[in-house]
Structure formats: C-alpha cells, structure tokens
Design a protein around this ligand. Structure first.
Ligand code: HEM
Length: 415
C-alpha cells in the first residue's frame, strides 16, 4: 500500500518509527519530495509543521528572532505540553539552554561556552583517550562477546561528561538510569511509567541531586564545570536555583546519550559496511571524516522545535504566528539536494554539511567534545581489532527525541 503524505507526516511523531529506519526514511523521503513543510495532526499531540529539507531547517534555525525555542522546544505529547505550560505559569518549568531565547540565552550560554571551546576541549583530549582505552580494555575483559551498547557505549561518554562536571564516580550509575528514563520516555523498556507525571518525577530527581551539588560547590568551589555553573553571575547576581539546576540537566543529559548512540550506531555501520571498515583501517587519516559520517548516519537527536513569532512563509507554505515547526534532523541529513548518494555510508565523505549538531545560535555546545570522544574511541578500538561481527540482532530505542541503539550484540577478537 502506498503511503500518503499525511501518514508520512504522522510518522514523524511516532516514536516506534525511529526504531525502524526503513519505515522512517520512506516517510521522510516522501515528505521532502512532496510536502517539505507539512502540517501534522496526530491524536495525542498538538499540531505542528514538519520541516524536512536541509535548506528549510537551516532557514528556520538562522532566523532566531522569527522562530523561537520557547514555549515548545521539542515534541512532547499534548498532555505533557499542558503540564509544561502550567509549570511555566507557576515559574517552575525546566529552563535549560534549549528552552531559552535571547537575551537570556546569550548570557546563560556564555557561562558554559568557554568550557566547551574547541581549544579547551583539545586540552582534555589525553584524559578522553585514557578513558577510551579503559573501555576498549573492558571489551577484552568481557571475553570476546558483549552487548556493545549496554556494556561499553553507554558508559564511556557518561564517564567523560560526569568527570568534567566533577561528579563522584559512585553516582555515575544513578545518572545513567535517570538520563535513560528521561530520554527513553516513549520506549517501554526504558521509561519509568506511563504517565507524564513520571517523567516529571525523573526531572525532580535530577533537580534534587544537582541542588545539593550546587550548594556544595558554592561553599567549597573547585576547578570543575559544576563550580563554574554554581558560582556564575549574571548582572552581578548568581543564577537562580532553577536555572542552575537546568544547566546541569542539559549538560548531564545532552552530553552522553547522544555520543553513546553515535558510537554504537557508528560501530553497527562499520559492521554492515565491512568495505568501509577496511578502508578506515588501511587509512587512519580518514578518521575525522569517518567521525562526521557516523554522526550524520546516526543523527542521534531526532528533532528540535521552534515557534513562529509572526505570520510568515517557509518554502512557499504559509505559517501563522504561534505555529510550531519541527526540525527533522534525520531528514535534513539524508537530503538528496545536499548529499551525494545520501543513503551510502562513506567514511571519506567530504563535504559533509550535516545538521546533526543543529545550526545557528543554539548550535550544539558539546560538538567539539563529541567529535573528540567518538574519534578517541575508534582510534583505540580499530587498530586493536583482529575480527568483529554481529552476534545477534541490533535494536533501537523508540523515541521522537534522542536515541539510537539500545542493544548491539557483538563477537570479537582484540589484541
Ligand atoms: C544542543 C546534537 C553532544 C551539549 C544540541 C542540539 C543538537 C545537538 C541537534 C540543538 C542545536 C540547535 O537547536 O540548533 C548533539 C549531538 C551530539 C551532541 C548529535 C553527539 C554526537 C553533546 C555533548 C554535549 C552537548 C557531548 C555536552 C557535553 C549541548 C548543549 C546544547 C546542545 C548544552 C544546547 C545549546 C543551546 O541551546 O545553546 N546538541 N549534541 N551535546 N548540546 Fe549537543
């Protein structure tokens, strides 16, 4: 049966589609071709426009005055939108960088921006490499067979980001669980429970944890990122409790599920394209290109949203003031108008103008760190590989937001 554009539009808001590449990309390709700015009405969700072409995603992101992140920065169910609106009215809603617009966004982003500059990140590289080595050694300890996602990939980026923040190692497992509950909200195996209230409960756990950390760093500052956030001042005053806690939440959450999904999805891509693995092994100078190709291929962030502040037109479609637009990064990153043979995994792809890190003023703060992590991991793993193969089917998380593989059984011999 042929898919209609309306069915394709509804697929964009279907968490299950993101666990089924063929279904997702059939729908996205149809939308790019026939209705690139498409009105989606799906039961349980407030309506929105799905923006699926690379050029249109960039146009929306570029104009951050016409298209704001508030009040609906990402796709959630109508029930969750209502809870968020109520909390915003009460002044108790989560306000991370992705919930903010200028002028607040510029000021609050600057607090962390220094930490994440590519130059500062290069100084961290030896530490990241050491951690990458530790996780490749762990694969050896696991005896030649493991679930690469749960036993390796989820731990390494978490370890990097939580060390950067300055959290004690004994709390890492708890952070991992909370993040998975928050981002895997639509996946039966990952979520805490059915109701939107239970996602809120996860958020409150985060808040309580980081509230205690802030208090500790204000009393006794160290040189970690948590101290920089806890002691930051805006117009001579510290950040309020909610903004401080929100900062930790975005760093702790955005910093690892994304990168671990890229590492496990990148490994799967190499297993499925043994010619590309051989090419990379023969020519390690391809690594920087391979890293960006893995990021494009996986596109772990599935969407962010913007809301129009005025009536306007996008690619010939009239958009009304107050309308929400969903920026489909997986679609932009397979756009035939920008990428040569977009469904080919090519470790030497150049140019590679993917939008997996977004674009414009909200461009991913952690992009340099993410690239270093992915590169360090594969530079440790690949030279030590004698053989590697799938040891069972890979499975992906059902989500409309951030995700990738939740299981990747592999069998290998490492030096
Ligand atoms: C924002 C993707 C890793 C921290 C974003 C955005 C995307 C993204 C798409 C929104 C951009 C926009 O609206 O234009 C990714 C991907 C990653 C990754 C694909 C890994 C491959 C990281 C890491 C960190 C991080 C490692 C930090 C340690 C952030 C922060 C923001 C952000 C703080 C909010 C920026 C703002 O709104 O100003 N990321 N990210 N991300 N990311 Fe990442």
């Amino acid at each position: 049966m042929t898919l209609t554009v309306d069915e394709a539009g509804r697929t964009v808001a279907d968490p299950g589609a993101y666990a089924d590449d063929a279904r997702l990309h059939e729908a996205l390709a149809l939308l790019r071709r026939e209705s690139p700015v498409h009105r989606v009405e799906r039961p349980g969700y407030n309506p929105f426009w799905a923006v699926t072409r690379h050029a249109d995603v960039m146009e929306v992101e570029r104009d951050h005055q016409l298209f704001l992140n508030a009040p609906r920065p990402m796709l959630t169910t109508a029930a969750f939108d209502a809870i968020n609106a109520e909390r915003a009215r009460q002044g108790s809603a989560l306000r991370t960088l992705v919930h903010m617009d200028d002028p607040d966004h510029r000021v609050v982003r600057a607090i962390g921006a220094d930490w994440f500059r590519p130059k500062a990140m290069r100084a961290l590289e030896p530490r990241v490499r050491e951690l990458a080595r530790r996780y490749v050694d762990r694969m050896v300890e696991l005896g030649g067979e493991c679930d690469f996602v749960q036993q390796v990939a989820v731990h390494f980026p978490l370890y990097v980001i939580l060390s950067l923040l300055g959290l004690p190692e004994s709390d890492f497992d708890r952070m991992l669980k909370l993040t998975q509950e928050l981002f895997g909200g639509a996946d039966d195996e990952m979520r805490r429970g059915e109701a939107p209230d239970e996602q809120i409960a996860t958020l409150l756990d985060f808040f309580a944890y980081f509230q205690r950390l802030t208090e500790a760093r204000r009393v006794d500052p160290t040189d970690d990122l948590a101290s920089a956030i806890a002691n930051a001042e805006v117009d001579g005053a510290p950040l309020n409790d909610l903004d401080t806690a929100s900062y930790y939440v975005i760093i702790a959450t955005a910093g690892h599920d994304t990168t671990s999904s890229t590492i496990s999805g990148g490994l799967l891509a190499l297993l499925e394209h043994p010619g590309e693995l051989a090419r990379l092994r023969a020519d390690p100078s391809l690594m920087p290109y391979a890293v960006d190709e893995m990021i494009r291929w996986v596109t772990p962030v599935k969407e962010f949203m913007r809301t129009a502040t005025e009536d306007c037109e996008l690619n010939g479609t009239a958009v009304r003031k107050g309308d929400a637009l969903l920026l489909s990064y997986p679609s932009a990153n397979r756009d035939e108008a920008v990428f040569d043979d977009p469904f080919r995994f090519d470790v030497g792809r150049d140019p590679n103008k993917h939008l997996a890190f977004g674009f414009g003023v909200h461009y991913c703060l952690g992009a340099a760190l993410a690239r270093i992590e992915v590169r360090a991991f594969f530079e440790e793993l690949i030279p030590r590989l004698e053989s590697i193969e799938a040891a069972g089917p890979a499975e992906s998380v059902a989500t409309t937001f951030v995700g990738g593989l939740k299981r990747l059984p592999v069998r290998y011999t490492l030096r």
